[in-house]
Design a protein around this ligand. Structure first.
Ligand code: TRP
Length: 340
């Protein structure tokens, strides 16, 4: 037993890096699909979670709101149970190497590659009054985020896979020119997941940029949760059956319930035999409130303890900065800058 433990510590753990923009409160979908898995990774991997505030300013931000949302995001990471000793939690803007690496990599990325990014096309359509260069080169900054830490794995949702792909391309190109600077990262999909769909239009993903009634926020109170599920779209039948094709609304509620209770779908649907949609909505409300309440309690405690939050993000930036500096200075040396 001892032996295995020792061997396990000698072997370097794989490194995971992920970034979360501090733009509004995550949804129940973000929680089920991504965030709750992070806690499960902290022993097996060497994990860094970065609050991507530099990315956030690619769209206009109100200063006080950006600051508040950044602190909220940090509190939420702690509230979902991430241990700040085991995970490096930090603000991107506190580690200056991100901006610097972003510049370097800009010079190894082609305009044509960036023009193909679907998120740029979507976002520039949405923010037609502010199509700035940062929005355009956003994937380059993100590539730097990942490469600075020599991350092996990057948990990303479907909307970010194109950015991860371009990161791999940039890293491969750079390595071909200068050899052995960057680890080529791979995507990481959690084993347990579940795609949570909009409560009003269950053909698309639950998203916080849709109207209020479409999503449950992690910080929604029990009353709000209940009201949103009550209004959730179902169908005109009365049968509770998992059939995403023909019954997307009901199936979405069933998947959420499954994800939150850990029950098998068959067991769950069987337990609803002869019952109406009201019973399903009550059950999913109950399960959601039970999941969110303890998170919200911890969130409030962290939010009230500024000194603690400060110690967490300072320590995070220090640890992250040390790793990032190693990669940045290596890249700079390889490019041919005179050493300091
Ligand atoms: N672009 C990501 C998003 O909008 C956030 C992000 C920034 C990120 N840097 C990252 C994700 C690095 C993974 C790795 O969701």
């Amino acid at each position: 037993m001892e032996q295995t433990n020792q061997n396990a510590t000698v072997e370097r753990k794989k490194r995971i890096l992920s970034g979360i923009q501090p733009s509004g409160t995550p949804t129940l979908g973000n929680y089920i699909g991504a965030m709750r898995n992070w806690k499960l990774l902290e022993d097996q991997y060497d994990c860094l979670y970065m609050i991507a505030d530099l990315h956030a300013i690619t769209v206009r931000q109100e200063p006080a709101k950006l600051r508040a949302q950044s602190m909220q995001m940090l509190s939420l990471l702690l509230a979902i149970g991430l241990d700040p000793e085991k995970n490096v939690l930090f603000f991107q803007s506190h580690v200056h190497q991100h901006a610097e690496m972003g510049w370097l990599l800009n010079c190894f990325t082609y305009m044509g590659e960036m023009s193909r990014m679907t998120q740029f096309k979507d976002k520039s359509a949405k923010h037609a009054e502010n199509i700035n260069c940062g929005l355009f080169t956003y994937p380059v900054l993100m590539a730097g985020d990942i490469l600075l830490y020599q991350a092996n794995l990057v948990p990303v949702g479907a909307d970010q896979t194109q950015h991860l792909e371009i990161c791999r391309d940039i890293a491969t190109r750079f390595n071909a020119l200068y050899s052995g600077v960057f680890t080529i990262p791979e995507g990481y999909s959690p084993k347990v997941g579940g795609r949570v769909l909009s409560l009003q239009d269950p053909r698309k993903k639950m998203s916080k940029s849709d109207p209020e009634d479409c999503f449950i926020s992690i910080l929604d109170t029990p009353d709000v949760v209940r009201r949103k599920y009550r209004r959730a779209v179902t169908d005109s039948e009365a049968e509770i059956r998992f059939d995403p094709e023909n019954k997307p609304g009901v199936s979405n509620l069933l998947s959420i319930l499954c994800a939150l209770t850990g029950e098998q779908m068959e067991t769950l649907t069987a337990s609803f035999e002869g019952k109406g949609y009201g019973a399903l909505k009550d059950a999913v409300t109950e399960a959601t409130v039970q999941t969110l309440t303890p998170i919200q309690e911890r969130f409030n405690q962290y939010m009230a303890d500024k000194a603690y939050l400060e110690s967490v993000y300072r320590q995070g930036a220090e640890r992250a900065g040390r790793i990032a500096e190693r990669t940045l200075s290596k890249a700079m040396r390889k490019i041919g800058f005179v050493a300091k």
